[in-house]
Write a protein that binds this ligand. Structure first.
Ligand SMILES: [Zn+2]
Length: 337
């Protein structure tokens, strides 16, 4: 089981050496998770149970962010539910926790955890009641025996996208299938939803799930010209995917995100062949695997390095970097922070 950890000397050194001069003073986090331990199913999700606090709210999140982004002000962003497998009352409580945090801090928007079987009118009533800005779907809620190969409508039905259009909501989509955005079915549904429902803002999480960046490099061109399509780059640790997004959608449709608590695991994801592999602190013996001892750092630091490289390769100026780190999310969510 990967461990959620506190910053150590290696994390602090890497930030100072490579990132301190790149990361702006004010941050909006467009992809992070809050939850309470009571929202988690009785078994599994052990990584989420490691955090000391029973309720991982904005205050708990901010304490951790001070370790990842020292000296930076996290002004807001988009709160996503963390207990994505919650059911029954726990699902409702999870959404109410997100709503309570958003209500207490005007810098943030929040997303409602939805399931494909939910009545679209219930979704509409709940986002209105809870004053939420978006929807969060997830493939594990599709009801399929094998969820990693699900088609998008299996976990994000069109009737819910229509509600998002009518209520002017964003939707954070962590797509699945082996080849992610290079898959023709995923391309079809993303284009269909974006063209049919222009007041819905679709955010492709993890650089269009570009954990293997070659999928994003290959697939993004098929999604050019959709003004309501965005990507966050949360937990992406390999170069190439952010560049493809900036070139296809523009830097003004790329959003910084941490994927907290994933940001506070150590290790990174690497492309291997036509897929990818997550290497965490407990995946291998880092002290003996190489000719010299290796010291994995926060996933959140690895993804900041990747974003810095993308800014460099795409010749972005300071103002454009600030857009990715904050202004784009404010514009998307209509936040005044
Ligand atoms: Zn996430």
């Amino acid at each position: 089981m990967p461990n959620i950890v506190h910053a150590n000397e290696a994390d602090r050194e890497l930030f100072e050496r490579e990132l301190d001069s790149f990361v702006p003073d004010v941050i909006c986090d467009a992809h992070m998770h809050l939850w309470a331990k009571t929202h988690l199913p009785p078994t599994g999700w052990e990584t989420f149970r490691q955090i000391e606090e029973e309720v991982v709210d904005l205050a708990a999140y901010r304490r951790r962010m001070a370790e990842l982004l020292p000296g930076r002000r996290v002004a807001g962003g988009l709160i996503l539910p963390g207990a994505v497998a919650a059911a029954g009352d726990q699902l409702r409580f999870q959404n109410e926790l997100v709503a309570a945090e958003v209500a207490a801090d005007p810098g943030w928007g929040g997303s409602m955890l939805v399931s494909p079987e939910m009545d679209p009118e219930y979704v509409r009533q709940e986002v209105r009641r809870l004053r939420l800005a978006g929807l969060k779907c997830y493939h594990v809620r599709s009801g399929l025996a094998v969820t990693w190969d699900a088609d998008i409508p299996d976990y994000l039905p069109e009737a819910q996208v229509k509600v998002a259009h009518e209520e002017r909501l964003c939707i954070t989509l962590h797509m699945v299938k082996a080849r992610a955005v290079a898959d023709p079915s995923n391309q079809h549904w993303i284009r269909h939803y974006c063209e049919t429902y222009p007041n819905m803002q679709l955010i492709l999480a993890h650089a269009a799930r570009g954990f293997d960046p070659y999928h994003t490099i290959e697939g993004m061109a098929a999604l050019a010209g959709l003004p309501n399509l965005w990507c966050d780059m949360a937990a992406v640790t390999d170069v190439g995917a952010c560049e493809a997004i900036i070139e296809t959608l523009g830097h003004d449709h790329l959003l910084y995100g941490t994927d907290f608590p994933v940001s506070h695991l150590r290790g990174r994801c690497v492309a291997i062949g036509d897929g990818f592999l997550w290497l965490y602190d407990d995946t291998l013996d880092w002290k003996t695997v190489s000719f010299q001892p290796l010291q994995p750092v926060f996933v959140g630091l690895e993804s900041l390095r990747v974003l810095k490289q993308a800014a460099w390769h795409c010749r972005l100026g300071d103002r454009q970097v600030e857009d990715i780190f904050c202004n784009n999310a404010r514009r998307l969510l209509g936040l005044a922070v």
